[in-house]
Design a binder for this molecule. Structure first.
Ligand code: SF4
Length: 273
């Protein structure tokens, strides 16, 4: 039986949830179960970090649309956010093409559904298409783990498949695409991933198969990897414990990306395509 609504829009977050735990995907996106339990042990600190991340992203957006850095700097009342913003001014836009699209969303068809990517910044020139994701996390993940993240897979694929309107009506060649994670709390450390036609084809196959698998599923089993449950909001529903995992280890385990947590159902519904 197909559980997916016809107008379902996949994203890197929902696909990552599915890959991490099919049951989490079902609870969150099909049953739309709201959060019964905190995800981490220190909720106040968790919320503070989320608010800092949102503030930082908002500042970068304001800067990208033309507000002067000096004006924005005066408005910052948080020392960490100020330090991140200064770091961004020092090196965040190094080697970034001039044609820039901040907070840009693209959707493309994926099987019978759609796939959405919400980019922090797209920057293009005649021979380069750079995707930047601003990160405020306290830890820089291992490169091999980032490479496997659905965000890395989905963002490059969506731009290659759906970036025609940004490129004079021509598809953007995968070889021109680079995905760059930039870490504000680590002096602008970069983790970058190139792209090519072979990877594009492999990603298309992987994503198409993943969606078909979700579509055809009768049951959505609980993950076997119970370490994921410590940070999962559904652990009481699943009888996988009642204690939230420690915040400081949250980003080490990367159950969810803190910078992506503002991405919710309401935002998805508002995006037209
Ligand atoms: S608590 Fe564990 S099994 Fe249940 S949805 Fe979360 S990750 Fe999956």
């Amino acid at each position: 039986m197909n559980h997916l609504p016809e107008d379902f829009i996949f994203s890197q977050s929902s696909l990552q949830d599915y890959v991490d735990c099919p049951r989490r995907f079902q609870l969150k996106y099909l049953l739309r179960q709201r959060y019964p339990a905190p995800e981490v042990d220190d909720l106040l600190e968790f919320e503070r970090r989320m608010a800092q991340g949102e503030r930082f992203h908002h500042l970068l957006h304001q800067h990208a649309v033309g507000l002067p850095a000096e004006v924005l700097q005066k408005r910052i009342d948080d020392d960490e956010v100020r330090r991140w913003f200064d770091t961004y001014l020092a090196n965040g836009l190094n080697d970034v093409p001039e044609r820039r699209y901040p907070e840009y969303s693209l959707t493309i068809p994926l099987g019978a559904y759609r796939l959405l990517a919400k980019f922090d910044l797209l920057a293009l020139s005649d021979d380069k298409a750079l995707i930047i994701d601003w990160k405020t996390s306290r830890h820089v993940p291992r490169r091999d783990r980032l490479q496997k993240r659905l965000q890395t897979i989905v963002y490059r694929y969506v731009l290659a498949k759906g970036g025609t309107a940004l490129n004079g009506g021509q598809p953007i060649p995968p070889e021109q695409i680079e995905m760059r994670y930039w870490y504000a709390d680590h002096e602008g450390q970069l983790v970058s991933f190139a792209y090519d036609a072979a990877q594009f084809e492999a990603d298309e196959h992987y994503l198409t198969c993943l969606v078909r698998e979700i579509e055809e599923r009768e049951r959505f089993p609980l993950t076997d990897d119970t370490t994921r449950c410590a940070y999962c909001t559904y652990r009481s529903l699943c009888e996988r414990g009642i204690t939230a995992g420690p915040l400081d280890e949250w980003e080490l385990d990367e159950p969810t990306d803190l910078d992506e947590l503002d991405f919710d159902f309401d935002q998805i519904a508002e995006i037209e395509f």
